[in-house]
Design a protein around this ligand. Structure first.
Ligand SMILES: CC(C)(COP(=O)(O)OP(=O)(O)OC[C@H]1O[C@@H](n2cnc3c(N)ncnc32)[C@H](O)[C@@H]1OP(=O)(O)O)[C@@H](O)C(=O)NCCC(=O)NCCS
Length: 367
């Protein structure tokens, strides 16, 4: 039997401050009803700490779940499009903090497809023998880029982190097939401009330039088509059909995108895991957080066929078909938490609101 990469640990970090639809009603011309109907989202969580802090906690929880010690890990990869700083990578900082002293470390940016791209990379490294025990984290602090008076974007996104430990298996369980793709020509539909080397100080300080630019309707169409086609290809490559799938864990972009894409695939809602209601779209963090929640909810059993599928900025897409291994219960639990805060969502968003205020000089007042 060939060597495959199987998930043996999982964990997540949900930051403590909630931003409900009712809170958003105070900031923009929207309603809870509109947001729920168009997106399935009722709430998202905001981080009062840096993305690296969330990544570290998710990583520690996944490691405890796997029963491995940090010094047994030989690779740490963090998928993120919102790194705390560009260099050193979030992965290198996590490697240091958790004491994974024998591990290589790098970040990977495929926006919302980051965890799927990351899974393909770490699985290939395990299959080839270049790595044995790998920690893959998806972590995002998206709220920093949001203009909370822009109702077309800010309703969708939240912060968080999720992680998984991958190890080799020889019993047939693990990653079966991969489908990855990109269309850079459509990259203009989702843009965060100001963190790259083109983000010269004056551009960085221009709110019009800094905020997430997003063409919701265009993205919606590309996402439904992209996810369903990619998931169909990954199943074909594994020699499977939609009937063989026990659970789809999709990127949590929008409940309607998930619904339309999985319906096209011929997979009914009972075999699709959705947790977008409470967490919103957390980009690269959404699939590992959803995996964690699916396992906690007893939705994955040993030997199940699971499909991960995502779509995101770039634009990028990808899917993974895998057979779940034997582990569905954690070996251990990491009890640490993020530092407590008494900040409210409005305290946390104050900086954003002030920064983007010049773009809303003619809007009605907040509240
Ligand atoms: C953003 C999104 C929710 C908008 O929903 P939609 O059904 O496409 O809505 P539209 O943009 O067509 O807008 C319809 C109307 O609602 C209005 N509207 C937009 N946002 C609104 C809001 N938050 N509250 C109330 N009304 C809103 C629009 O202004 C428009 O009004 P008009 O017809 O008078 O011009 C949806 O396009 C979407 O989810 N896109 C993909 C998002 C995504 O997940 N991307 C990430 C992929 S990784």
């Amino acid at each position: 039997m060939s060597r495959r990469a199987v998930i043996t640990g999982w964990g997540k970090c949900v930051p403590p401050v909630s931003l409900s639809n009712a809170d958003l009603e105070q900031l923009m011309d929207t309603t809870d009803e509109w947001i729920v109907e168009r997106t399935g989202i009722r709430n998202r969580q905001l981080s009062h700490v840096e993305v690296t802090d969330m990544a570290e906690l998710a990583a520690r929880r996944a490691l405890a779940c796997s029963g491995l010690d940090a010094d047994e890990v030989d690779l740490v990869v963090v998928a993120t499009c919102t790194p705390e700083i560009l260099c050193p990578s979030v992965a290198a900082m996590v490697q240091d903090r958790i004491g994974a002293s024998n591990a290589a470390a790098f970040d990977l940016n495929a926006a919302c497809s980051g965890f799927v791209y990351g899974t393909s990379v770490v699985a290939s490294m395990i299959e080839s023998g270049y790595a044995d025990k790998v920690l893959l984290v998806g972590a995002e602090k998206l709220h920093f880029a949001m203009d909370y008076r822009d109702r077309g974007t800010a309703i969708l996104f939240g912060d968080g982190a999720g992680a998984a430990v991958f190890e080799p298996s020889e019993d047939g369980a693990g990653v079966l097939s991969v489908d990855l793709g990109a269309d850079g020509g459509k990259g203009g539909t989702m843009v965060i401009r100001s963190m790259g080397s083109a983000g010269e100080p004056q551009a960085t300080n221009d709110p019009q330039n800094f905020r997430l630019h997003f063409e919701g309707r265009a993205v919606f169409k590309i996402a439904v088509q992209g996810i369903s086609a990619s998931a169909a290809r990954v199943l074909e490559r594994a020699g499977l059909t939609a009937d063989d799938v026990d659970l789809v864990v999709p990127h949590q972009a929008n409940a309607r995108i998930i619904d339309s894409a999985t319906r096209r695939l011929g997979i009914e809602a009972g075999r699709v895991f959705v947790n977008i209601t409470d967490l919103g779209n957390t980009a690269a963090a959404s699939i590992p957080m959803a995996l964690s929640d699916a396992l906690d909810a007893g939705r994955i059993s040993p030997g199940d066929t699971v499909v991960l599928t995502a779509f995101g900025g770039g634009v990028t897409w990808g899917s993974i078909a895998l057979t779940w291994g034997n582990r569905t219960e954690p070996v251990g639990v990491h009890e640490g938490e993020l530092p407590p805060t008494d900040m409210t969502s409005m305290d946390l968003l104050r900086q954003n609101l002030d920064f983007y205020a010049p773009l809303h000089a003619n809007d009605p007042p907040i509240g």
